[in-house]
Design a binder for this molecule. Structure first.
Ligand code: BGC
Length: 794
């Protein structure tokens, strides 16, 4: 066998060609040099393998694969072992398709519950998100398939995702938005990282030298490959210079020539191109490439079912759950028949099978009646459907009402504007609860919702999006065959405006200001003592578990050392069950302004009846540290810290105090600093520089979106042409969720991304001619046109 080439064996042109993919899902092969391509595929909770033509929005079909519960549900388990199992199962499916790198997990912080893609992310907390991401990466890579951590970085909204500039101060960046990535990169060493669409403090993430080269590689030791999100590249030369190795999808050499020229003219060091090309070659070398094995459909379906049950959060329960088999059940809500089990967009999986709740109840021979209650796709109000549901509820021992967010409410590509459920769903719950006091509400949604009826039902189950086996898992939970093992990995606010980020989300099209700083989710709620609807970490079980013997291995801690918290946990009930011991840190040193509580460690414990175990939870030295901007480093304050051992961010069972010595006594952001930078002055002080002016909409540039240019007649025409060229089949056109995503996607697509997606049909020159016309400069357009043939040959 001949040795595979290194970058040094390739010409500059060959090296450059490796730095852009071939089509949607492959790296560029170089057959003449014996370099095959490596195959990447979405996604985070199941393979979306597209053998032929592809798309990045999930509108096109894909081969059947197990649809595991999305990240929101997986994180709800608080069980990293399950996350690793899912990662391993994804690897098996990837291998079956011949996929070398799975494009996930996604671990962006849930800055706002309104982000349309929250279902694909783990948590509002970086410790939880980072640990789950690391577990999935580990599960995948142990089985020979690469992971791709995404979306790096500060990609916390869908609105204007291609162009928005996230303005965030350094401390918040480090402690909240980068911390999870840092943990996952350092501990699980992912093969690849995906640079996000947005800009961060004035620079596109795909050409952010500081993020990609100084921090990711320099500080964290990342040795893998950085690829762009799909069509996220802005300036290819600047991207390569910043450390972004691979442009995806392939743009058929759209900018290859520019990169070659930049090297030839000395603008871009040749070594930089060679290094990136070598990373592509290294990725190809570690990839298996050949399809191997088959999907174990039943086993993976069973795993998906287990994860869904374990991620189900029992929010309230007056004792109605678990149900007894003799109960007659009025099943209410169309989701029982047409489940909402995953979110729309690039993560959309074609499942191997789907278990609905109704079918599973039937299989068990349960005594059920069914009333749809609402139309599953639309949220229209319909009193008749509610009246029918009330009749069914009155006649049964128990009513189980499945409600939630219709698919068109939350998706990749756009954010929600409202935390409320559809009015029809809220009214349905109120009416059914009035008709039957034994009503169980079951929620299917990918992110928090408001519950004006919270105190009416006998029990509320948050099932999130359960994946393909979610219906079966729900029935397991209802009857107590499985425990609802979940805890919220996010805060459910009591009102839409209760989040500190609410006034600043999603910002303007060209800029979003992170004025709430560190005060996201429970960090804000616990600091200002605001009661949420349901707190971060909350979840009940079916058994009773007692905690005792709370202690630490030492009360005096030299700065930089870990602490171990011990808790004895005993199942005092008659059922097997689990609990999640959470440790929050409360900095009482008075050195630096900090959120009142920060998750510092956790452990999920599973216990059979009567079992008793002592769990040891490590609070890593890093948990004590804050990022000191003036020192550009992490620092640990000296003084007392409380470690609060809790069942949720508001339910503290016991506190132990430790005293740190040898740390720092002063900080750049002292206690008493404002939590939220409400005024420009406060924000500027936190940023350390003036708030940048957002890029103006006019004149139009390559960054202008189709929505922006359609303020002109020509722009409208252009958008209409691209709309007509859209690969939308009948089924897609009939689906309101997919259409909403597509419409937003097209409206917010910058011209430069349209050029990349066009795979060579739209050249830069064409775009520039169009821009002159759009900017009302026909003479310049004509001049550019005259040069067109020559340039087109490029
Ligand atoms: C998404 C990525 C995804 C990629 C490929 C993009 O639009 O943001 O998460 O991996 O498409 O489908």
């Amino acid at each position: 066998m001949t040795k595979p080439p290194t970058a040094a064996d390739l010409t500059l042109r060959q090296q450059v060609s490796l730095l852009s993919g071939e089509g949607y899902w492959r790296t560029q092969p170089l057959p003449e040099s014996g370099v095959p391509s490596c195959v990447v595929s979405d996604g985070p909770h199941g393979l979306r393998f597209q053998a032929d033509a592809g798309d990045h929005l999930g509108v096109g079909g894909s081969a059947p694969a197990t649809c595991f519960p999305p990240a929101v549900t997986l994180a709800g388990t608080w069980a990293e072992d399950l996350a690793a199992e899912v990662g391993a199962a994804l690897a098996v499916e990837a291998r079956a398709f011949g996929v070398d790198v799975v494009l996930g997990p996604g671990l962006n912080i849930k800055r706002s519950p309104l982000c349309g893609r929250n279902f694909e992310y783990f948590s509002e907390d970086p410790l939880l998100g980072g640990r789950f991401a690391a577990a999935v990466v580990d599960g995948l890579q142990r089985h020979g398939v690469g992971a791709c951590l995404k979306h790096f970085a500060v990609n916390n909204q869908e609105s204007h995702r291609f162009v928005v500039d996230a303005i965030v101060d350094e401390r918040t960046l480090r402690e909240l938005y980068l911390a999870g990535f840092e943990y996952a990169v350092k501990t699980a060493r992912p093969w690849t990282v995906m640079a996000s669409y947005n800009q961060v403090n004035g620079h596109p993430a795909t050409q952010h030298h500081r993020l990609l080269t100084e921090i990711l590689r320099g500080e964290w030791g990342f040795d893998g490959l950085v690829m762009s999100d799909w069509a996220a590249t802005v300036d290819r030369v600047a991207a390569v210079a910043a450390g972004m190795d691979l442009e995806m999808p392939g743009s058929r050499g759209l900018s290859d020539r520019l990169v070659v020229r930049a090297v030839e003219s000395g603008l871009l060091p040749a070594e930089q191109v060679a290094e990136s090309a070598q990373r592509v070659l290294d990725l190809v070398a570690r990839s298996a490439r050949t399809p191997h094995g088959e999907i174990p459909v039943d086993a993976h379906d069973a795993l998906a079912r287990r994860v869904a049950a374990d991620g189900t959060v029992l929010l309230t329960n007056d004792g109605v759950l678990p149900l007894v088999p003799e109960d007659s059940i009025a099943v209410i809500g169309s989701f029982a028949e047409q489940p909402r089990y995953q979110g729309a967009g690039s993560s959309l999986v074609t499942p191997t099978r789907i278990t609905t709740m109704l079918a599973e109840l039937e299989r068990r021979g349960a005594n059920t009646t069914y009333a749809p209650g609402y139309d599953p796709a639309h949220a229209r109000q319909d009193p008749q459907l509610i009246a029918e549901a009330v009749v069914a509820a009155r006649a049964a021992d128990v009513a189980v009402v499945m409600i939630g967010l219709p698919p068109s409410y939350e998706s990749e590509g756009f954010d929600r504007t409202d935390l409320r459920l559809p009015a029809q769903h809220d009214e349905l719950v109120a009416a059914v609860c009035a008709a039957n006091p034994r009503t169980v509400v079951v929620l299917s949604n990918g992110a928090p919702v408001l519950m004006p009826w919270k105190d009416l039902p006998a029990a509320i189950l948050e099932c999130y999006l359960g994946g393909q086996a979610g219906g079966g898992a729900l029935v397991d939970v209802l009857y107590g065959d499985a425990e609802p093992g979940g805890r919220l990995a996010e805060t459910f606010p009591a009102a839409q405006d209760d989040d500190a980020a609410a006034p600043y989300f999603p910002g303007e099209p060209h800029q979003v200001q992170y004025r709430e700083g560190l005060y996201v989710g429970y960090r804000y709620h616990t600091t200002i003592d605001r009661q949420p609807l349901f707190p971060f970490g909350h979840g009940l079980g079916y058994t009773t578990i007692a905690w005792s013997g709370i202690g630490v291995d030492r009360a005096d801690v030299p700065a930089g050392e870990d602490v171990t918290v011990n808790v004895t946990v005993e199942n005092t009930g008659r059922r097997a069950g689990s609990d999640v011991v959470q440790v929050y840190l409360h900095d009482r040193t008075g050195v630096v302004a900090r959120p009142r509580r920060q998750l510092a460690g956790f452990a999920k414990v599973r216990l059979s009846p009567g079992e008793r175990r002592t769990v040891a939870i490590t609070v890593a030295a890093r948990a004590f540290a804050f990022y000191d901007v003036s020192e550009a480093d992490w620092r640990i304050p000296s003084g007392p810290f409380d470690l609060e051992i809790a069942r949720s961010s508001t339910d503290v069972v016991g506190t132990v105090t430790v005293v740190v010595s040898g740390g720092v006594d002063t900080a750049a952001e002292p206690v008493g600093s404002p939590l939220v930078a409400v005024t420009d002055e406060q924000f500027e002080q936190r940023l350390g520089h003036p708030v940048p002016r957002p890029r103006p909409v006019r004149p139009f540039t390559r960054d202008s979106t189709l929505g922006e240019v359609s303020a002109t007649r020509l722009g409208r025409l252009l958008k209409a042409v691209l709309w007509r060229a859209a690969p939308l089949d009948e089924a897609t056109r009939a689906d309101p969720a997919e259409m909403a995503m597509y419409e937003h996607g097209l409206d917010e697509l910058p011209l430069r991304a349209a050029a990349i997606f066009s795979a060579g049909k739209l050249r830069w020159t064409t775009i520039d001619v169009l821009l002159h016309l759009l900017n009302g400069r026909p003479a310049r357009a004509a001049a550019a046109l005259l040069r067109l043939p020559g340039r087109m040959r490029e």
